[in-house]
Write a protein that binds this ligand. Structure first.
Ligand code: BDR
Ligand code: CA
Length: 320
């Protein structure tokens, strides 16, 4: 790869709590080396406790032939609340489905929050994108520790929240925001440019049987593992929503980096409910611009779902 090409690659940190849909996002990113320069993976507690999410991140790096990638363990609990997990969706390990080996690679030394802070300070200002696929605890901790990094961020592209679709863990709250609403509140108030992939988008991206069959037809080991993960993951959501397949939330973040034209949304103000017992974790989106609150996010609402699955399949197909 020549130097020009290298400098065009978008530098990203993926903050994640894998999770089968996190796995799809991570695999999609590993399958896109021409466009994405993955500086590291930072792991957070969310779908399952940290001991499992960091293990899962290592398993995925090895599955994709990338044991060289730096994986940092981060926060093992939300800022102010006990951890809520989602084994009912993702299984006991968080990555149920395939028969996984024990991971061989080690975690990188140091804490995820320090890695985020140091990386943003080291790289040229405005060049690093944070891709967040789980609760926002690590990002909020980094902002609290070193507020001077906020203006250095190119963009935060996050899976989180929901508005027109309501919630998936309570009637009004989406899981990632619900688990650590105080962290989400810090991130939305910080002033960094945010692109938000809410349930309004991710509920339009369903793992229809025909789509999963296209992944299966790739025949590679990573694709087979993906299919086994999706088949486990689907059983809960397909029953819950009565749909053909489950919403594949997290890879919308990576798809946006590769093909922003697949998405439609608008700039809005988003605030997070942190007190009401009834609606805690709700993302209140001023979609109709009925307040004069400052726009702080590009909130997506629509996606070309066929285009998205074609891209996902193509990128996972590049992994051997
Ligand atoms: C989000 O919650 C998790 O269960 C998924 O991995 C995704 O990040 C969807 O609400
Ligand atoms: Ca996730």
């Amino acid at each position: 790869m020549n130097e020009l090409r290298k400098s065009e690659r978008r530098k990203i940190i993926i903050d994640t709590d894998p999770g089968q849909d996190d796995a799809a996002a991570i695999m999609m990113a590993f399958g896109s080396p021409d466009e994405l320069d993955i500086l590291g993976l930072t792991v957070v507690a969310g779908n399952v406790p940290l001991a499992m999410t960091e293990r899962n991140a290592r398993l995925l790096a090895e599955l994709c032939g990338r044991p060289d990638i730096a994986i940092y363990a981060g926060a093992d609990a939300p800022l102010k609340r006990p951890l809520v997990t989602a084994e009912h969706v993702h299984g006991k390990t968080g990555l149920d489905g395939p028969d996984w080996p024990e991971p061989q690679m080690q975690l990188a030394p140091g804490h995820a929050v320090d890695f985020i802070v140091e990386t943003l300070k080291r790289e040229a200002p405005g060049t690093v994108t944070l891709c967040t696929l789980g609760p926002l605890t690590n990002i909020a901790l980094a902002f609290q520790k070193a507020p001077e990094i906020v203006p250095l961020i190119r963009e935060i592209v996050m899976m989180g929240g929901g508005f027109f679709e309501g919630g998936n863990i309570t009637p009004t709250a989406e899981f990632n925001v619900f688990v650590d609403p105080e962290a989400a509140d810090i991130v939305f108030r910080a002033g960094a440019p945010i692109v938000m992939m809410p349930l309004d988008v991710t509920h339009k991206v369903l793992t229809h049987k025909a789509r999963v069959e296209k992944l299966r037809a790739l025949g590679t080991k990573p694709a087979q593992a993906m299919v086994a993960m999706l088949q486990f993951f689907e059983r809960f959501d397909a029953e819950k929503y009565g749909s053909d397949g489950a919403p594949l939330h997290d890879p919308t973040v990576i798809a946006y980096l590769l093909r922003p034209d697949l998405f439609k949304g608008r700039r809005c103000n988003v605030e997070v409910e942190v007190t009401s017992p009834l609606t805690v974790g709700m993302t209140v989106v001023d979609w109709w611009q009925v307040t004069d609150r400052k726009h702080n996010a590009l909130v997506m609402r629509d996606i070309d779902d066929d285009g998205f699955f074609a891209l996902l399949t193509e990128r996972i197909g590049r992994l051997q």
